[in-house]
Design a protein around this ligand. Structure first.
Ligand SMILES: [Zn+2]
Length: 447
């Protein structure tokens, strides 16, 4: 079962209120950012469970204080990201249970009987239950998470959505966005996720955007199994034992985990590519308002561009990959060069392919010149368009026709080329796709 302990953050969010336990939660004594000890744990032979309160987040955890504060900071970061993205403040506060060793927590320290199964077997879960009508029909979300990378921030996103909006959207959106925010790197370092996520994307045939954006749930098998566990425990005291988790549950979870990874990939692209950010935000707002726009309504107008961009993302994504720097300039105008005509464009080293505005014809010869210098890292020597060692920094061209790219071909400081196909000409500074951010300099390229 090593997989569960290495795997990050596969959660089962939004369990129905009917499976909620009514056990009493530990008492909380607000203490303005300093931890308070849960008095119910004092007689238990386990690490102390402390309660940290920071604004609207209440963290119950057995982590050492410094690690707990760091976890709380990541959870706050996720909440800030969510509030900014969906443009609404969290309604109320959130109780969060983050356990380093759930087996050592007293049963009554968890307000839900499935807590240990969620934390130890799955990675996390968020429970949302309606409050009494006297409270205005609001909802209360509670977070359970392991200490694995991204697990607690991921659940914060679910809790924020369920408590603030009451809707979450289809699984691909709900889980994909929670993963993106859960792994979000606030230092602008691009893609930062477990290597297992990237491994999933490189296995088998890639799915299309249309296949990914489907209303079917990929969490239902696990959800149903957990609901059965809770139901069978209804009249019993204490936590559902981990022995209730079966090999079939593990198999379901493995399948679900791959769907999570693929959802992450699409949501990551849509959230970071300036071509789609606005539409993705509008789609999300519709989902959280309880609507379910069709694929055509959501992306019909940009279907071909998105299909191209998603394929390119899968081809190039790696740790540190910056979607914003590799975004295609779909709005640029391209025209053929007349005989006495010339066209020039400034090309940045710290970007992917950039539109030249030149529409080229197959088998026709074109002259070009590139002036200036650029660098492919903070420590590399600057080069001209001929590049340096191993071809890094070389001016490289590609032609797009009908959303297909020809094989890239080399340019340099000056010369001529004959494109292998007709279409729109793009150029870039050759470098690893996940190492563009530290590039500096520009070239002025004229055709
Ligand atoms: Zn989730």
């Amino acid at each position: 079962m090593r997989w569960f302990f290495m795997r990050v953050m596969v959660c089962a969010a939004f369990l129905a209120p009917g499976v909620c336990c009514r056990a009493t939660a530990p008492s909380i004594e607000p203490s303005a950012g300093t931890p308070s000890t849960n008095s119910k744990t004092t007689s238990q032979p386990c690490s102390p469970i402390l309660i940290y309160r920071d604004g609207r987040l209440i963290l119950h955890t057995d982590l050492p204080p410094a690690t707990a504060q760091a976890t709380l900071a990541k959870m706050k970061g996720a909440l800030r990201f969510a509030e900014k993205h969906w443009r609404r403040r969290l309604r109320g506060s959130l109780d969060c249970y983050v356990a380093a060793d759930a087996s050592r927590w007293p049963d009554k320290a968890f307000p839900h009987p499935l807590a240990r199964v969620w934390i130890d077997c799955i990675g996390g879960a968020t429970v949302c239950e309606p409050l009494p009508a006297s409270s205005g029909g609001h909802r209360k979300a509670t977070v359970y998470a392991s200490t694995r990378q991204g697990a607690a921030p991921h659940e914060i996103v679910h809790a924020y959505c369920s408590q603030t909006f009451g809707h979450a959207g289809p699984d691909w959106y709900n889980e994909g966005v929670a993963m993106v925010i859960g792994y979000h790197d606030h230092n602008g370092h691009g893609v930062q996720c477990p290597l297992e996520v990237l491994a999933t994307l490189r296995q088998g045939s890639p799915q299309t955007v249309r296949q990914l954006i489907q209303p079917m749930s990929f969490t239902s098998a696990t959800y149903d199994s957990l609901a059965l566990m809770a139901e069978s425990r209804k009249n019993l005291q204490g936590q559902v034992p981990k022995s209730c988790w079966t090999s079939a549950d593990s198999e379901n979870l493995a399948v679900m985990g791959k769907a999570y990874d693929r959802s992450w990939s699409l949501c990551y692209l849509l959230l970071h590519d300036p071509n789609y950010q606005g539409q993705f935000r509008r789609l999300g707002s519709a989902y959280l308002a309880g609507h379910r726009p069709s694929y055509h309504q959501a992306f019909g107008a940009m279907h071909e561009e998105l299909a191209f961009d998603y394929k390119a993302f899968l081809l190039h994504v790696d740790m540190g990959y910056r979607v914003d720097l590799c975004s295609w300039e779909w709005g640029k105008t391209f025209r053929e060069l007349e005989r006495s005509d010339s066209r020039s464009r400034t090309i940045r080293a710290a970007r992917g392919y950039q539109a030249t505005g030149v529409m080229v014809a197959r088998d026709q010869c074109y002259n070009y010149e590139a002036h200036g210098h650029w660098c492919t890292s903070a420590t590399a020597s600057s080069t001209d368009a001929d590049g340096g060692a191993e071809g890094k920094g070389r001016l490289e061209a590609v032609v797009m026709h009908d959303y297909q790219l020809c094989t890239p071909f080399e340019l340099g400081t000056s010369g001529s080329f004959t494109p292998p196909t007709s279409g729109h000409l793009y150029v870039r500074c050759r470098d690893s796709w996940n190492q563009l951010a530290d590039n500096t300099g520009t070239l002025r390229v004229a055709f």
